[in-house]
Design a protein around this ligand. Structure first.
Ligand code: OXD
Length: 311
């Protein structure tokens, strides 16, 4: 089996190559390099953010295994033909990390650390009562593999968690609202909103001025999905007016976040550089190798993306 690995970070590409080779010893696994010769032999690609000429140089590709959970960048690639199967990672160790990130964000909010940072800047000593779990009902947009793990961890930590999904779902112990008519009601019940939905034409600009206004006064936004789900200027206005207490953002429309972006110095914004759930190469390569085995045996693939739906 001929497999090509593509990744903008050469170290990551090498790591993937070695890890895949370990699981698929009889396969030929090569590293792609932008601008290199046309390779008519690889039918499988594994990677992240392939270069613009990637698909033109690999005309025989049938399946692309994405080295991440989100496939939006891949589906937007102008070279990706409709006939190529796209497969995404499912959990592969990311759920635990995502749940850690969201729990620590919730604990910062309940512990009022943002206010203490502001006090520290003024050398001010003023104890505040912590916010109770009851005061912080959590709403998660997107209850996929990662969203559900975040929900369960927050529940274990004593938070009330509701979910919002595209279509109706029934999940034990979680109230799930769905559809356009329940959207504003869901927001109105949410004091800490966590975005965990994929980026699709439907979710782009989801959190605009109207949606932000539907959150209760003093609410928080945590975005660990994609920056494009939020209208940046509307978020800044909601924070400036005090309607929102704060935003904890791991993802941005443009990454790295441009140095002159208003988020960087906003006192109510906390930024991390897209690190909430980095791909765990060893676990992920094992998952991809198992899926390649299924592909060879003609069995259904796990994590196969519905190109129409966008995830
Ligand atoms: C992913 C990501 O989609 O890291 O996995 O953003």
């Amino acid at each position: 089996m001929k497999i090509v690995v593509t990744h903008p970070d050469r170290e990551e590409a090498l790591h993937w190559q070695q890890a895949l080779q370990h699981h698929l010893p009889s396969s030929t696994i090569t590293l792609d390099a932008s601008g290199s010769a046309v390779r008519p032999d690889a039918r499988i690609a594994v990677g992240w953010k392939p270069p613009a000429d990637f698909f033109a140089r690999h005309p025989a590709l049938e399946t692309f295994f994405c080295a991440g959970a989100g496939v939006d960048h891949l589906l937007q690639h102008s070279g990706l033909s409709g006939s190529i199967r796209v497969v995404r990672l499912e959990d592969a160790g990311m759920g635990t990390l995502m749940a850690d990130y969201c729990l620590q964000a919730l604990l910062q909010i309940s512990g009022r650390l943002q206010e203490y940072r502001a006090q520290q800047a003024q050398a001010r000593w003023a104890p505040l009562a912590p916010l109770t779990r009851e005061a912080l009902p959590v709403g998660i947009v997107g209850l996929g593999v990662l969203g559900l793990q975040v929900a369960r961890r927050l529940q274990q930590a004593g938070f009330t968690v509701r979910g919002y999904t595209r279509s109706a779902r029934s999940i034990e112990d979680i109230e799930v609202l769905h559809g356009a008519d329940q959207w504003l009601r869901f927001l109105g019940l949410t004091q800490v909103l966590i975005l965990l939905a994929p980026r699709t034409p439907e979710t782009e600009n989801l959190m605009d001025a109207r949606a932000l206004a539907a959150l209760p006064r003093g609410a928080w936004l945590i975005n660990v999905a994609r920056g494009a789900l939020v209208v940046d200027a509307d978020l800044v206005s909601a924070l400036d007016s005090g309607h929102l207490s704060g935003a904890i953002l791991d993802v941005f429309r443009e990454e790295p976040l441009p140095v002159d972006h208003a988020f960087w110095h906003h006192p109510r914004v906390q930024i991390t550089p897209h690190v909430s759930a980095p791909t765990q190469v060893e676990v992920s390569a094992a998952q991809v190798a198992a899926n390649i085995g299924r592909l060879m045996r003609g069995e259904p693939l796990r994590g196969l993306v519905d190109r129409q739906r966008g995830y």
